[in-house]
Design a protein around this ligand. Sequence first.
Ligand code: SF4
Length: 560
Amino acid sequence: MPRNGEQGAFRKAGGADIPVALVYPNQYRVGMGNLGFQFAYQYLNQHPYFSAERFFYPDVSGQEKPTKKGPLSEESSRPLNSFPVIAFSVPFENDYPSVPRTLIAAGIPPLQKDRKTSDPLVIAGGVSVSMNPEPLAPFLDLACIGEISDTDETPGVFQALADELMEPARGLADRDGFLRSFREVEGVYVPSAYDFRFDEDGLIREIVPAPGFPGTVQALKRRSPDSRVPVSVLFSPDAEFGESLLVESNRGCGRGCRFCAAGWIHFPVRHRPFRMFQNEVDKAIDDGRTIGLIGSDLAGHPDLEDILTHIVDRGGRFSLSSIRPEGLTPTVIDLLARTGQKTATLAPEAASLRMKRVIGKEISSETFHDLVGNLVTAGIPNVRFYFMVGLPTETDEDVEAIVDFVLKSRKVFLEASRPLGRIGRIGVQLNPFVPKPWTPFQWAAMGTGSVLRRRLGIIRKGLKKEPNLVVRAESVRQALVQGLLSRGDRRISGALVSNAKGDGNWPESLRKEPIDPDFYLTRGRDYDELFPWDVTDHGVSKRALHKIYSKAVGDAPSPK
Ligand code: SF4
């Protein structure tokens, strides 16, 4: 049964032909705040042949039901293993162990090759799966590469699934034959149809598709003007942003920063005109909800000021995902302050001019300092900065520049705060750089644990004991695990199973498996190395990415 206070759950009258278990491999609180998960839920329940029930696993929010039947659905407490189709929505690599963990908890063999015809079909999608489906490949029958389509032009995985399952002569009895029918569906990867052959040194020698399957799987992109704008349909007081209407007002980013996948895999940039979601926004304001605008390029949205002005004039409130400085115009800052926004988030990512040029995000420090003053003066008391450490070619001097930048920002911050009679806080969030697939930095080595810790230590020491300043850093171990899961291939699936069966202790899981994390993480790559994710095609040429990478790093060595 839906949890207390939750609104928007679907229950299809009379059931549906194809029940789907839609699994978010993390807590209810987290999954409910994910718009991709919500969009899949809405799409499936509005489809004539599907119905979807939600699972969150493992859910440590106290609602997890450790029953003999395994995980049970939110909607009807139906056991996971009774659904013919299980679809995982996995936006973040760190949740990968929860895929085998959930299957094991339901009594389903985690490896695809061990499952019988009576076992459910297992699918996964989400941003991280799209970028590199290979770490999860051995668990999956199908992987969604790209986006869920909701128009007839590009049917995508679910429409193709409906076509197959509703065909009386088809069905899951002949699993291989069934999977073969997806060989030409845009955005669908059938991992068992691809043979990855490795050299003795561990590099991928070749990727051999089964007869009839394409060499690479093209990512599906929702480009039709008829595509729906993703908006949240489920609301809950127990979820992150659970009382807000989340709207994906834009997808992709035209800035093309060299470390950021959003600028490459979601190409081309798609801004949704306000008229496409104004009705939902107006209704949500009437219901007293905050409007959460989501998009990697909010600053570039041509209607941004109009949207925010409309919300405020109608008596509503809004929140913005991180936004580039040029989007923080005087009008936007004024609107943010008027709606009571307490914190503005800015992401310089690097501080020295050299490093900014390397990463392709060259926004001057003065621009940020001016913004800090303007934000505080307008009445927004707190500012949060995001930086990365361990970037390609980074030196200790580049990291020391972060300290100088933050201290200068603090000076401006205090000067602007004092006349107002209140002093807020500057937050500094530090994240180790992970070289992501499908970015120009995919050839770069990740910094070793000792380099990353030393660099984080330089910043912590430089900003120690500064009042009104809070420094937080992502755990280096966690970042290295993220790197492994992000860049790994199907050979790391054993470590995922071991981690799923154990208590989530990664050093222990890696000790048990014959894999060398440094092979995946701290090794620089040659131009022509085959990557696990080369089995997908996001419409960006490898040659073009490498040209940008070479230009970025020049002859400088990768971090040691
Ligand atoms: S870091 Fe920000 S500005 Fe740069 S490409 Fe990514 S989303 Fe765009």
